[in-house]
Structures are given as C-alpha cells and as structure tokens.
Design a protein around this ligand. Structure first.
Ligand SMILES: O=C(O)CCC(=O)C(=O)O
Ligand SMILES: [Fe+2]
Length: 298
C-alpha cells in the first residue's frame, strides 16, 4: 500500500463510507488529507475496530480543529452561546466526553442552538448491547436537492431560530439560515432539525409551523439516511454542518458507552441573503421542535 492507500466503501446512496486499512493513531498527513476528502464527500466516515485510546482520540480530533464542549457551569451557560475550548488534561476526561446511554433519539444537528455549532464530532463506540443501539445519519445536501425549485427558492430567503434544552442553553438560542452553504464544499444544504429548530423568523407562526413540519418529515426520509450497527472499537467522524443524526433508543436498560470529541465550529452562512425582514419576536415556548433528550448530549 502506498502512503494514502486505504480502502473506502460507500455505504448508501445518500451518505456514509467505511474506511479500512488505517489505524487512526498512525495516520500520515497525506492520508489525513485524503481522509478529509472522503469526509467532505461522504459526510460520515467509519473506521471499524480501532483501539480505544482517549488521548489518541483527542489528538486525532485536534487534526480537524479545536476540541470544544458545552460550558456545564450554569453561570457560563447563562453568559453566552458559544462552546468553550476544553482544557487538555492528560487523562482526557475533559476533552473526550464519555457518553453513556445517550438516548439522543430525535433527529438533530449538534448544538445548532449555538451561534457557532460544531463542524463535526469524532465518536468512538466503546461498549453496548448485543443488538440495538444503532445510530442513523441523514444527508441534508440530499434532502435539499430533492426539493422542487420553487421550494428551494423560498427556503433560500428564510432563517430560523434554534433553541436548545433549557439545561444546556440560554433561552435566546441562535438564528441560522434555513439553507446554509457548506464552507468547504460550497454546496447548499437544509439546516433545520426537529430537536432544536423552533420557528422561521420571517413567517407568521402558522406558516412557520406548517413549513417546518414539512421540512422535518421531508429531511428524515430513509432515502437520505445511513444506519450503522456498532461494534465496540468502531470510530466514526461526522460532518455536523450537512447532516443530522439520531441514536436509536431500542436497547432497554442495557449499558451503551461512547467517547466523543466535538470540533469547534463556524457561523452558518446563508446560501443567499434574505430579502425579508423578521416578523417580531415570539416567546420560545411556542416552539415546534421539542427536545426529547434533556439529559443527553445535544
Ligand atoms: O449515541 C449516539 O449514537 C449519538 C449521540 C449523539 O447525538 C451525539 O453524540 O451527538
Ligand atoms: Fe448528537
């Protein structure tokens, strides 16, 4: 094998790729460049059967950008909407979060209620039930591209408020374009999700409600998704800008553990600037999106 010579197997028509022939602890710069290309193209990349090694996971995640997390301190939560860089402790407990029984079983893009949602996560499955506990991802490029031209035109001029679970985020959340452009690929994608997206600011509430409901149902269709059945050791990294994900909660009381490092983000950019003005502020309790997993990661 030459330096960048690993094997890439696409998983579904929409997204996902399995990569074999690599140990994530020993990836050369040339291999990493190629892996980034695979990531941008397939959005969620799986490296099966990797050693569980949190410091190595931290180092690998840092190749994508700065590793960040929620400011769990309530005073900091109240302060603002940005994630904070994590102190780099040698034992990694600060930077590679242990995710136990995440129950994140509603479609979401991580922390979309923040001004700068993460660009992605490096996630390793450590232990879990003999069956069940799969995770699903959906391509929001594919969801966008499947819409009619008039619908795409309409959506390009809209923005939505995203609000997270009360324990995680200030009530004000963040406003993002409904269609964002991926800063690396330049491709437009849908950017609303059932967990965090509350309402479209340029529309009347009933219009916003109906349109968001349609968009949630549209973007969650099986034809836009991939589903991964985990084996302990599987490492994956997903693009959080052009995908949503959903952890399937079908394993009862069994234990399911993963390690996750989140990578600092950027401000979602609109595909086209909005020609319309917001219609005034509305109390956040009128949200359509409902956070189903108050205790889990968002
Ligand atoms: O547990 C999982 O499969 C995914 C959990 C999740 O939503 C996350 O880590 O962001
Ligand atoms: Fe998540």
């Amino acid at each position: 094998m030459s330096a960048a010579d690993f094997v890439v197997e696409p998983l579904t028509g929409a997204l996902g790729a399995k990569v074999t022939g690599l140990d994530y602890r020993k990836i050369t710069d040339v291999q990493f460049e190629r892996l980034l290309e695979v990531w941008y193209r397939h959005l969620v990349v799986f490296l099966p059967d990797q050693p569980v090694d949190p410091p190595a996971q931290r180092d690998f995640a840092q190749r994508f950008g700065e590793v960040v997390d929620h400011p769990w301190d309530p005073a900091k939560i109240a302060e603002g909407t940005t994630l904070v860089p994590q102190p780099i402790a040698e034992d990694c407990t600060q930077i590679v979060r242990v995710i136990e029984n995440s129950r994140a079983d509603a479609w979401h893009a991580d922390v979309s209620f923040r001004q700068q949602p993460t660009i992605g996560s490096v996630f390793q499955y450590v232990e879990g039930p003999a069956s069940g506990g799969d995770t699903m991802w959906s391509s929001q490029y594919a969801a966008y591209e499947a819409l009619s031209e008039p619908m795409r035109e309409l959506l390009q001029g809209l923005s939505a408020r995203h609000v997270g679970a009360a324990t995680l985020t200030p009530k004000r959340g963040a406003v993002h374009p409904v269609v964002r452009v991926h800063p690396v690929t330049g491709r437009p994608c849908l950017y609303v999700n059932r967990t965090n997206t509350s309402y479209i600011i340029e529309m009347n509430r009933p219009e916003s409600h109906a349109l968001l409901r349609f968009l949630f149902e549209h973007s969650e269709q099986p034809r836009f998704t991939v589903r991964w059945r985990w084996t302990p050791g599987d490492l994956c990294f997903w693009d959080n800008r052009a995908t949503m994900h959903h952890a399937v909660n079908d394993y009862g009381d069994e234990r399911r553990v993963a390690h996750r490092a989140m990578i600092d983000g950027d401000r979602p950019a609109a595909y086209r600037p909005s020609p319309w003005k917001p219609i005034g502020d509305v109390p956040t309790h009128l949200s359509v999106g409902v956070s189903h997993f108050m205790a889990g990661p968002a």
